[in-house]
Every structure is written in structure tokens, then in C-alpha cells.
Design a protein around this ligand. Structure first.
Ligand SMILES: *[C@@H]1O[C@H](CO)[C@@H](O)[C@H](O)[C@H]1NC(C)=O
Ligand SMILES: *[C@@H]1O[C@H](CO)[C@@H](O)[C@H](O)[C@H]1NC(C)=O
Ligand SMILES: *[C@@H]1O[C@H](CO)[C@@H](O)[C@H](O)[C@H]1NC(C)=O
Ligand SMILES: *[C@@H]1O[C@H](CO)[C@@H](O)[C@H](O)[C@H]1NC(C)=O
Length: 465
């Protein structure tokens, strides 16, 4: 019993993310440097890595298209970076437009036994669903018909277990979207992972641009950032925030799964698979393998105290394209909600006092060098804030180097045949500039690997496939 207790304490510790964790350098990158208001921490390991074997439990990720992704790393970062730039390199490529290239995934879970579709989010930690009879607001304080908020069906009547008195949850997304409501306990089961008495939120007030399909969200981020508050609704502040144990941590603590989950985005269907406690139990060839430290990027919205994000992040050795390798170290967020890869500036020899990013154009970056390596070259289209190339162009070979292993992206994946600029007829390129950072490995990368999030060992592992 005592051993069990200390094990749980340890697990609590891994997720508590004490400020003491994570000093020093990781893979040559100084984690104490903040980047545009984003802070980094080395996650703390509490146990040996879980051996990779096929998981017994998994959930299918259902792709939802046609919705600007307010919850992806790109849009979250874009808002932070939407401060007046001193020069163009300080901004992301037009993130308003990047929303057009975002992907969201829905996951089916049982909510006190009722099957519901939830948005799958690795950037936030709360699990919530919308409550029957909720108030749908238009952002100006005017109440509208429920349909205007675009939730799917069914809505949830109440908590299966008790309501927590005097506690509410409040989430504000940078898009302006807003969710509040009471908190309580319900039984949540996703892909066969059953958690009893999970603390969850029921939204009774929303300003939301939904997809008419999902009814809430399943947050799988590091739980440093749950959004429960004591006190009046509207008085959310750091001093009345109270953290709690979110779904993934509960599942691990209740012994439902090993402290690992893994994600594979499937190519042809754009669907995905989330495996609980191991590798996706699908037919795939394990290729090259690499393990690297798990870093947590914390993003704190300054204006809105109740808006917080935390992202699973790694520090690759570098990027390779064509015959060129760039080994400057930067943190990259691994994000299923972002379609493209967002790359850093390029390290170039300092010649004649020309800028370090060696480009003369505003968005000069690795992304530009890679765009130039398409045959024929890709061009930057301002109206989209992204690179486009003739749809039959030949993309360069492109790899992300992680712990010495080159993870190659299938050249065909580097262009979106179905994302055409109507004027030029060109197709969108899957590599974009991440400005002054942080940078993102999105679905175009995740389609070519199986990504293992070993939260117990504070490690990320990748297999090429
Ligand atoms: C970004 O895209 C939005 C929406 O299309 C557009 O209104 C805005 O002018 C663009 N900004 C830049 C800098 O291109
Ligand atoms: C929502 O629930 C809270 C309790 O958390 C309550 O104070 C509030 O009046 C409810 N709002 C609506 C619109 O039902
Ligand atoms: C959701 O349905 C409403 C009305 O039924 C419609 O106006 C809206 O465009 C739909 N939203 C999406 C994202 O499909
Ligand atoms: C995916 O599509 C490619 C070509 O479009 C095809 O060669 C391949 O067999 C497909 N794979 C699956 C799993 O359907």
C-alpha cells in the first residue's frame, strides 16, 4: 500500500511540473531562454521508458476539415506573436490564413456511458462538454439560438457523480471563443480507457464557432494548465486557479494504461490513430527509431489570464533538405492540430554584415531555402501567407534529424494537391516560416512517423514508417 502511495505521489510529481524542473541545456539549446513569451521546461522522468509494444486500447481520430483551427499551436502562437513586429521576421506567416490549413481531430468517448465526439487537443488539459440548455452567446453579450454555436449532438444533461460547489471552469481561446460552466465528476471512457470519477466541465455558457459535430474537448496536454477557478465567474485570476488531475493523468494513476500514448496520422484518409499505453495496433513497418527529451513549452496569454496552453516539444538536431543540412538548435512543438511544418530562420555565415538569417526578403528563413529547392521554385503568395508551387513541381528531399536519425518526409506530402490558389493554379507547399518561433512539426511530419509521448519517462520517441 505504501509503495502504491509513493508511486502515485511520483506520478503526481511528474505532472506537477514544479518550477524547479528543467534548467540547463538540452541538446545544445538553453531552455532558460524564453521565446516570444513562451517558456520551456524539461519534463521530469519518474520511471524508465515504457517498452514500445502494440497497445491494447486505441481511439480513431476523425479528421474535421473546413474550420479555422483556433486551438492549434499555430493559432495559439500566432496570437502571441501578433504583437507589433519590429520587422517582418517577428511574425508568423499570416496566421489568420494559416487557419485555412489547420486540421482538427475528433475522438469518440463515452461520457457517463453516452457516446460523444470531442475535439482532441494536445495543447490544453481540460475535458469538457456542452450542457443541455446552455446559453449560446455571439461574443457581444447577445444570446442566440443554440444552433448558432455549432455544437453536435447529444448534449450532456449533468454530471454522473457530484457537482463541485463553488468551482467553475473558464476557457478563453485567442479567437475570442469562450466557454464557462460548472465542474463536477463523471465517468469518461475513450478507446476502452475507462476513468471513473473524472473531474470535468460542463459548458453552460459558450461563445463558440463549432463544427456541428463535436460537443466538447478532450485535453491531453501536460496538466500544468488546467482551468478550474474558485469564485465568481468572470473573476478568474492566477490566485483563484486551482489545479486538478486531468483525464490522462487519472487514467495512468488509476492503472488503466502505462504512462504513454502515441499518435499516427494516416496518409490517405487524413484520419489518425491514438494508441493508449503503447504503439498503434495497426499494420505498419517500424523503420528507423529515435528517442529524445520531452520538453514542455508553456504559453501564457498575457491579456487573458485564463487562457493557457502547454505543448509537447522536442529539440531536433537539425533539418536536412536536398544536399544541405542546418543544425541550429531550436525547440519544435509536435502538434496534430497544425497541418504544416513551421521552420526557423536559417543560420548563415555572417558575411559583409548581412543579417544572420541570410535572406534579404522579409520571410527569409529555412522555409524560403526549401521553397527555392522545389523544381520549379515555389513562390510566396502574400494573400495566403504561404508558399505555393506548380502542382507538378518536384519537391526536394526533406528530413528532420532527431537524435542523429534522419526522418524523411515523403516528397509527395510536401505539397497539397487539393489546396490550390485559384489565381495561379499553384498548390500549397507544406513548409512555412515560423518567424521568430517557436517552430512546429505538424501533420506533414506526423504522417511519416509514429510519435510516442512517453510522459512517464519524459521522453518522445519516433519511428519512421
Ligand atoms: C492575412 O490574411 C488576412 C485574411 O485573409 C488578410 O485580411 C490580411 O491582410 C493578411 N495579412 C497580411 C500581412 O498579408
Ligand atoms: C452556469 O453554472 C454556474 C455554476 O457554475 C451558474 O452560476 C450559472 O448561473 C450558470 N449559467 C447559466 C447560463 O446557466
Ligand atoms: C453548422 O450548421 C449551421 C446551421 O445548421 C450552419 O449555418 C453552419 O455553417 C454549419 N457550420 C459548419 C462549420 O458546418
Ligand atoms: C495511398 O495512396 C497511394 C497513392 O495515392 C497508394 O499508392 C497507396 O496504396 C494508398 N495507401 C493506402 C493504405 O490506401
Amino acid at each position: 500500500m505504501k509503495a502504491m502511495y509513493s508511486f502515485l505521489c511520483l506520478l503526481g510529481g511528474v505532472f506537477a511540473l514544479a518550477a524547479a524542473v528543467g534548467e540547463g541545456k538540452t541538446n545544445g539549446y538553453d531552455l532558460s531562454k524564453t521565446m516570444n513569451g513562451v517558456t520551456f521546461q524539461r519534463a521530469k522522468a519518474v520511471r524508465e521508458p515504457t517498452p514500445d509494444r502494440p497497445a491494447l486500447r486505441f481511439s480513431r481520430l476523425h479528421n474535421i476539415k473546413g474550420k479555422a483551427g483556433a486551438y492549434s499551436a499555430t493559432s495559439a502562437l500566432g496570437r502571441v506573436l501578433r504583437t507589433p513586429p519590429s520587422h517582418h521576421e517577428h511574425t508568423y506567416q499570416n496566421v489568420t490564413r494559416a487557419g485555412e490549413f489547420s486540421t482538427q481531430y475528433a475522438i469518440q468517448c463515452g461520457w457517463d456511458g453516452v457516446p460523444v465526439w470531442l475535439l482532441f487537443d494536445t495543447g490544453s488539459s481540460d475535458t469538457w462538454a456542452v450542457q443541455t440548455g446552455f446559453e449560446c452567446d455571439d461574443g457581444w453579450g447577445d444570446e442566440h439560438d443554440e444552433g448558432a454555436c455549432g455544437f453536435g449532438k447529444p448534449l450532456i444533461d449533468g454530471f454522473g457523480d457530484d457537482t463541485i460547489q463553488d468551482l467553475h471552469f473558464s476557457l478563453k481561446y485567442g479567437s475570442g471563443e469562450k466557454i464557462t460552466g460548472p465542474m463536477g465528476y463523471s465517468d469518461i471512457a475513450c478507446g476502452g480507457v475507462f476513468v471513473s470519477h473524472q473531474q470535468v466541465g460542463l459548458a453552460n455558457y459558450t461563445y463558440w464557432h463549432g463544427n456541428n459535430f463535436t460537443v466538447g474537448m478532450l485535453g491531453l496536454a501536460y496538466p500544468s494548465i488546467t482551468s478550474a477557478f474558485y469564485g465568481e465567474i468572470g473573476s478568474e485570476a492566477p490566485w483563484n486557479a486551482i489545479s486538478y488531475t486531468p483525464f490522462l493523468t487519472s487514467a495512468i494513476m488509476q492503472g488503466a494504461i502505462d504512462p504513454v500514448f502515441s499518435v499516427a496520422i494516416l496518409k490517405n484518409s487524413s484520419e489518425g490513430m491514438l494508441a493508449w499505453g503503447g504503439l498503434p495496433p495497426m499494420d505498419w513497418q517500424r523503420g528507423e527509431f529515435a528517442a529524445t527529451d520531452l520538453i514542455i513549452a508553456n504559453l501564457i496569454g498575457q491579456a487573458e489570464t485564463s487562457w493557457r496552453y502547454s505543448f509537447y516539444t522536442i529539440i531536433p538536431d537539425g533539418i536536412k533538405w536536398g544536399q544541405t543540412t542546418d543544425t541550429t538548435k531550436f525547440p519544435y512543438i509536435v502538434d496534430t492540430g497544425t497541418t504544416m511544418n513551421y521552420l526557423p530562420p536559417r543560420k548563415c555565415p555572417l558575411l559583409l554584415g548581412v543579417s544572420e538569417t541570410c535572406g534579404l526578403t522579409p520571410h527569409a528563413a529555412l522555409a524560403e531555402a526549401i521553397a527555392m529547392a522545389f523544381q520549379p521554385r515555389a513562390v510566396y503568395l502574400y494573400q495566403w501567407g504561404s508558399y505555393f508551387a506548380p502542382c507538378d513541381a518536384v519537391p526536394p528531399r526533406f528530413a528532420v534529424i532527431i537524435s542523429g536519425v534522419e526522418f524523411w518526409i515523403n516528397p509527395a506530402d510536401l505539397m497539397y494537391q487539393d489546396l490550390k490558389d485559384p489565381l495561379t493554379g499553384y498548390c500549397a507547399v507544406a513548409i512555412a516560416s515560423g518567424g521568430s518561433g517557436p517552430y512546429i512539426l505538424g501533420d506533414v511530419f506526423l504522417q511519416n512517423v509514429v510519435a510516442v509521448f512517453d510522459v512517464g519517462a519524459a521522453q518522445m520517441r519516433f519511428y519512421s514508417r
